[in-house]
Design a protein around this ligand. Sequence first.
Ligand code: HSE
Length: 433
Amino acid sequence: MTDNVNVGLLGLGTVGTGVVKLIQDHQEQLVHQVGCPVSIKKVLVKNIDKSRDVELSSDFLTTDPYDVVNDPDIDVIVEVMGGIEDTRQYIIDALNAKKHVVTANKDLIALYGSELQKVAAENNADLFYEASVAGGIPIIRGLADGLSSDKIQKMMGIVNGTTNYILTKMNKDGLSYEKALSDAQDLGFAEADPTSDVEGLDAARKMAILARLAFSMDIELDDVSVSGISNVSKNDLKYGSMLGYTMKLIGYADQDDSRAEVSVQPTFLSNDHPLAAVNDEYNAVYVYGEAVGETMFYGPGAGSLPTATSIVSDLVAVVKNMRLGVNGRSALAPQFEKQLKTSNERFAKYFIRLHVRDEVGAFSELTKLFAQHSISFEKILQLPLEEEGVAEIVIVTHKASLENYENVLEQMKDLSVVKSVESFYRAEGDGAK
Ligand code: HSE
């Protein structure tokens, strides 16, 4: 064990800058924790001459990733450059060179986490990725260590700050989706191309990572069913609110008898659900364990210093393992073979908003269809619309199987009394004012 730990940084953007600052500003505390200084030895950047927000001599900077990956004096690589294929290769090469790796890269971990973990274990190297899900919230360590004695039954996560900001502004300030999105872009929460956030892909990657860990099963990104928020309207939120619900983009994962389901979708949460109070760009993950019951992890899901906090904490864990000589031992192979629930094993309540012809027998047509598919109504709201002879109906169902729900949606469009199916969402809880 050396008396100094050398770190190589791949990337010096917003998060990389935060990592350098945190290592510099908290050096005394780090030395106390790990028993030796932690130094940045080399940093991969795109442009050496660019002015930066941290004090770092240009002697440390390089534009060649292999100056970092192949440096024999570097003990730990911190990857904050993003990207998938090239980055995957740098990480594999670093692990094969017996270096430990800390990464914030959710795209990479969601796609190649199992493979990279295997390469790490073969080399007695650590691969930690706390910052890849929910930035500053220690949810990975919460699942891997804090709740390791329990059996996780269910998780619900607000794991995308951009969409939470948009939905909060639509809900609280009455903004349209388009205005809320452009405000999020002006404030730097949303990317110029917001597709992966608003269509749920970013959250799906994070949920694949969480579900793999929580259920000890090789859940992959393709196993996550995904829908985003780009079609959510102010009217949906208004009717949801009348029924005691708040809309959030929820990553949902549960398991029964080692059969799992994972999804990301806009969901009406009962106002008394703890996640309903998580607003603006904040993230939170609600975890239900068989023994512990309800827990919730809350905090910033992105940002330079919050994300750097998770990365540097991973670094501390790596160095503690180096001191004990136990690197690469913490990654466990999945305990269970992956088994996913089929659509007749997935149950939820649903919110359906439709326009019907306001005429005798309209409602009985609807109830007949729902009854044929064994779905019963929990709440119903009917309001006249400005258009003559048309009514707006909002239904919240009791729990129904996904199979029955999808059949009803399909056949409802063909009922002569139904003018249009305006929207439909998963609902969670009873609705509370
Ligand atoms: N685009 C992400 C979000 C950033 O909005 O939450 C953090 O992964």
